[in-house]
Ligand binder design. Structure first.
Ligand SMILES: [Mg+2]
Length: 155
């Protein structure tokens, strides 16, 4: 189990803060660092720790090579797509906002996200930072005042 990169502490001044403390390790049962609360980490970081703990507890790291994880993502995208496959496009939006379809969509979207987070962990990719960089690049590429209301052209 990996070391906890951030551990909440109270420095001498009395104000709470964060310090780097590599001597603390994550809890095997939860994958979380001691004293680690969801407010201290991003949601993606929390999912990464949970998926790592889930995998470690089952000795499934051996199956989580990038190719296998990528195919798992594709499979889950297929399961998500299947939910919409034969719905009339005009009804799909409304149906997906109500149960039972909404719950099923949430489950399959979660499967996609969890495998994606796991793949990023295995590859050592900071998924949040990479996604933020992509959004910022898209913002520069598609200036709102130039493209508002028009479909983005394929490049
Ligand atoms: Mg699924």
């Amino acid at each position: 189990m990996g070391a906890c990169p951030w551990v909440a502490t109270k420095p001498a001044g009395g104000l709470s803060g964060r310090v780097l403390n590599s001597s603390r390790t994550t809890d095997l049962a939860t994958g979380m660092c001691p004293g680690w609360h969801s407010r201290d980490v991003s949601d993606l970081e929390d999912l990464r720790h949970r998926m790592r703990a889930f995998t470690n507890e089952r000795d499934w790291e051996q199956f989580h090579d990038p190719k296998s994880l990528l195919l798992a993502i594709v499979g889950e995208v297929g399961e998500l797509s299947e939910l919409f496959q034969w719905l009339p496009a005009t009804d799909a939006s409304d149906l997906a906002q109500e149960d039972p379809l909404k719950s099923r969509v949430a489950e399959e979207m979660s499967d996609v996200l969890l495998y994606l987070v796991r793949l990023a962990d295995v590859l050592g990719i900071d998924l949040h930072a990479a996604a933020v960089a992509k959004i910022e690049a898209a913002g520069e590429r598609f200036a709102a005042d130039e493209v508002r209301g028009t479909a983005p052209a394929k490049h």
